[in-house]
Design a protein around this ligand. Structure first.
Ligand code: MN
Length: 426
């Protein structure tokens, strides 16, 4: 299914007048406050978030998985799904592939398909957290950190293969997330595991093309429950530094112990020029799977405030690669992703409203109350008309969720793909 321009216009027709009223009111209010509304809208238009190829089907837990009808079962269909998201939101202009779940057969055709949806290939993701059929070595006791040289070498070779696949598609970065760790005290030697990981990452780093980046993701626990080799930002940062200037840390929102100050981590990494990528999701307890902004929208805003500050003040840090990394257990994955994209843009717009000059002044005057007022004034602003305007300017719809339902997208996909199609993924 493809959504055409006429359908977009038809969708917008009935919402246009109420959008204009709300936009004009907000625009006037913000302009009186000396906010540059047009610049904010331009920034929203430019902000693109990659959709991972594994998140377009229903997710699940180790207890079970409840499928969602009409799931994309091929890479082509996954790209089509991202195309639908991008058509409506104009915010999902990239896809992040998982290898080996999504190895293209015909590279030229896949590139052409993505291009026809106005989608580029963002970071490619390797997989050494499960054994592949017919693999010579096992990752049961680790991959890049394994005490077995054979397992390490297989994992390094896989990552180098992923770089080659990504290179053919125009990707410019490799994300490594390691499941390596231990389930029981005494199971592995921490220092040996870290040394092996460092050496393995250096070998992968050597295979990076000059214009590529290596992103090192961290996670405190799961699938291992006693220790994880790359468990926190400090370890990731240290490994990235050891690898070299093309290696960076990647922050995944859900990969922190409860109440971790993520905005402070972001600030530190950007100051040191080492924040390469960012994965969005939300969580209530210790998982990384919920819709962005569904549980802790204020925390997301504070993180974006740190990201915006870094993007404006840290030229030493590259522009981060943005991706949604969530799982959709009970919602239609496409609707869930639309909600996440909206939450991301909302937090970004609110962060752009923070008057950094006034905030610095208040900080220097130790006016703590004023500091909080400045942040919360921005947070309490209903910025949704700005998002709508940005989408309209780019050819998207005013209300993506309503348009998705009104165009009966899922029904069409079930008609095309059948009720029982299953996507590879989480
Ligand atoms: Mn992630």
């Amino acid at each position: 299914m493809r959504i055409n321009k006429d359908q977009i216009e038809e969708q917008n027709k009935e919402n246009l007048s109420s959008h204009r009223d709300r936009f004009n009111f907000l625009g006037d209010t913000l302009s009186k406050d000396d906010k540059d509304v047009n610049t904010i809208i331009q920034k929203l238009e430019k902000f693109q978030v990659a959709i991972p190829s594994w998140a377009l089907g229903a997710g699940g837990t180790r207890f079970g998985r409840f499928g969602f009808q009409g799931e994309p079962s091929t890479l082509e269909q996954k790209i089509d799904d991202v195309g639908l998201l991008h058509k409506l939101t104009q915010t999902a202009g990239a896809i992040s592939l998982h290898i080996p779940w999504d190895v293209p057969k015909d590279y030229a055709a896949i590139k052409e398909l993505a291009n026809s949806h106005d989608i580029v290939f963002d970071a490619v993701n390797s997989n050494t957290f499960q054994d592949q059929k017919d693999a010579a070595e096992s990752y049961k006791y680790g991959s890049l950190s394994n005490t077995s040289k054979g397992s390490r070498e297989q994992a390094i070779a896989h990552n180098i293969e992923v770089i080659k696949i990504g290179d053919k598609l125009g990707s410019k970065s490799l994300t490594v997330w390691l499941a390596d760790g231990a389930n029981f005290p005494g199971q592995s030697n921490f220092q040996t595991a870290l040394n092996h990981t460092q050496d393995s990452l250096k070998d992968i780093y050597k295979a990076l093309p000059n214009d590529w980046k290596l992103f090192i993701e961290y996670k405190p626990y799961e699938p291992n429950f006693y220790s994880t080799v790359i468990q926190d930002w400090g370890t990731s940062f240290m490994l990235a530094n050891e690898c070299g200037e093309k290696a960076f840390s990647l922050v995944d929102l859900g990969h922190h112990l409860p109440n971790t100050n993520i905005e402070q981590i972001v600030s530190t990494l950007m100051l040191k020029g080492k924040l390469g990528g960012f994965h969005f999701n939300d969580s209530k307890y210790g998982d990384d799977d919920l819709t962005v902004g569904s549980v802790k929208p204020y925390a997301l805003f504070l993180i974006f405030n740190a990201l915006v500050y870094g993007m404006e003040n840290n030229p030493q840090n590259p522009y981060p690669a943005w991706m949604i990394d969530a799982s959709h257990n009970v919602k239609d994955p496409l609707e869930d992703l639309i909600q996440s994209l909206e939450a991301i843009q909302e937090a970004y717009a609110k962060a752009l409203l923070v008057d950094q000059k006034l905030l610095t002044e208040a900080q220097l005057n130790h006016d703590v109350v004023r500091c909080q007022e400045i942040l919360q004034d921005a947070y309490r602003t209903d910025v949704r008309p700005l998002l709508e305007k940005a989408r309209l300017n780019s050819g998207g719809v005013i209300s993506p969720i309503n348009a998705y339902r009104s165009l009966t997208v899922r029904k069409e996909l079930i008609k095309e793909r059948g009720a029982n199609s299953v996507a590879t993924g989480l």
